[in-house]
Design a protein around this ligand. Structure first.
Ligand code: CS2
Length: 492
């Protein structure tokens, strides 16, 4: 079977890039994982097809060479599979020119970032990739890559370190700045990355402070497309549909949403061509998505994984858990102010439909990773709003208790699993000695520095609800805990 490349003859049903791929790379993207390839790169492919422009993407992987090894022999091309009710559709995306690996090719990455044609630097590096100190909202100087970069800013390893060194070189060369576009699931992601870039530059390159203010913008975005990790089936489907082998293929759902603040200092692609929505304030949409979609995801990932469900669709087939998903979305929606143009009941119903998609094999274990990075915006902020508004906190307390139970790293039959959280070692250390004692576990985790705000740890209603849930999970097990909660919700 031939490998996908620009010479591949695709079957007529498979759409491929219809534009010249020799246009300049206006975008350098940090973090070319599956989500970027299922989301921004697709919007960019649509924009290039409709309106052209110098907007090809140079991809960068900060550490792993895997995506570069998959995509570079294929001239940057890859297959996107969309799994909708009408079946599977394949399309070949051409917007990525190639992928650099920052850990091996640092100077090439800096050259790309500092190239005159680069006008946007976008990021999908996951929550933990930013080096954000949750206590201050500023730079975490203890983050290993950030600490290394502050000590040696000319040889960066972190995303923020690369951006600042590239801006320093652009400033020195008399080139204009660029737009920094965060596409991660963080609230006000543009403001977050702006603060980190400024904090870092204040120490590493104070001479560019005014240049950053005048010549760099940081729009916030809300991104949404459920993108599970590719499986053998993905690669089999690609071979059947395209006649090509493609180790860089990604699979995703039909639904896709991108809401962006229109604040680009050096122009942007016609992303409207792919359906992106430009607004002046993205915050209401971000909160809605983080609390309703991602919050429910985290709740069902911890509880569903421990109740033996491998995939989100299996959770949705479990009536008690499906009821808790409904409860969670209702509680999350009640913490929001109105969202322009969105009916929140409809939004919740659509999310449930997406979670039920039988074609998507989205692992609860995948969503459960990096809990300490996800809890604040998904579960803790809405819990605080609920308390302030005198609303019930039981949905958020159940989800947080499920995370605490999950943080023990052992299934109910005693089988261990890796937590896959940047604070994994610290969590294991604070839990040592707590054994199976609910109060000791809750106390140890509630006291993790910077995670739970004092407004919650000092609130008896909240801590009582978390402990109550955790004690049922510990004493009786996750299954009875889910069933009891679902019964409580049904009768309320
Ligand atoms: C998920 C998200 O893994 C996770 O934490 O909640 O990746 C989710 O699938 C996306 O944000 C959907 O847009």
């Amino acid at each position: 079977m031939p490998r996908l490349s620009s010479r591949s003859a695709l079957p007529p049903a498979v759409r491929g890039p219809s534009y010249s791929r020799s246009a300049p790379s206006g975008i350098v993207h940090l973090g070319t994982g599956a989500f970027h390839r299922a989301h921004q790169a697709v919007y960019t492919d649509d924009a290039l097809a409709k309106s052209g422009g110098g907007w090809m993407i140079t991809g960068v992987s900060l550490r792993s060479p895997d995506v570069a090894d998959q995509l570079n022999p294929q001239d940057g091309l890859y297959t996107l599979l969309t799994l909708g009710p009408a079946g599977v559709e394949a399309r070949v995306i051409g917007s990525i020119r190639g992928v650099l690996v920052a850990s091996d090719e640092r100077e090439k990455v800096l050259d790309a970032l500092a190239a005159p044609e680069t006008r946007i630097v976008s990021l999908t590096i996951t929550e933990k990739g930013y080096g954000l100190d949750p206590k201050t909202g500023g730079l975490d100087r203890t983050h290993p890559a950030i600490a290394a970069d502050l000590a040696d800013p000319g040889h960066p390893k972190s995303a923020v370190g690369f951006i600042v060194e590239a801006l320093r070189r652009r400033h020195e060369a008399g080139l204009p700045g660029f737009t920094v576009l965060s596409c991660d699931n963080l609230p006000s992601n543009g403001k977050v990355v702006a603060r980190l870039v400024r904090d870092f530059a204040a120490e590493a390159a104070p001479e560019i402070a005014a240049f950053i203010e005048a010549d760099v913008s940081f729009p916030s975005t809300m991104v949404d497309r459920i993108t599970p990790a590719a499986t053998h089936k993905t690669f089999d489907d690609v071979r059947a549909l395209t006649g090509c082998a493609d180790p860089g293929a990604v699979e995703t759902e039909l639904f896709s949403q991108w809401i962006i603040e229109d604040d680009f200092v050096a122009g942007r692609p016609d992303w409207e061509a792919g359906g992106a929505l430009f607004v002046s304030d993205v915050v209401p949409y971000e909160k809605m998505k983080l609390r309703m979609l991602n919050g429910a995801h985290s709740m069902l990932a911890y509880s569903g994984f421990l109740a033996g469900h491998r995939y989100v669709r299996d959770v949705m087939g479990d009536p008690a858990l499906a009821a808790l998903v409904v409860r969670h979305m209702k509680a999350a929606a009640a913490t929001l102010d109105s969202v322009p143009g969105v009916d929140l009941d409809r939004y919740a119903a659509d999310l449930q439909e997406r979670f039920r998609n039988p074609a998507i094999a989205h692992e609860t274990y995948q969503i459960a990773m990096d809990g300490t990075q996800k809890l604040p915006q998904r579960l803790l902020e809405p819990a605080m709003v609920a308390l302030e508004r005198g609303q019930r906190v039981d949905a958020f307390a159940f989800a947080v208790a499920a995370w605490m139970r999950y943080a023990l790293g052992r299934r109910e039959d005693g089988e261990p699993y890796a937590l896959r959280d940047p604070r994994e070692k610290e969590i294991a250390a604070v839990l040592e000695g707590a054994g199976k004692d609910t109060d000791a576990i809750a106390e140890a985790l509630l006291a993790l520095p910077g995670l739970f705000p004092a407004v919650l740890t000092g609130n008896g209603v909240w801590t009582g609800a978390v402990r109550r849930n955790l004690s049922v999970m510990m004493d009786k097990g996750m299954r009875p805990a889910i069933d009891e909660e679902a019964r409580g919700f049904a009768s309320s």
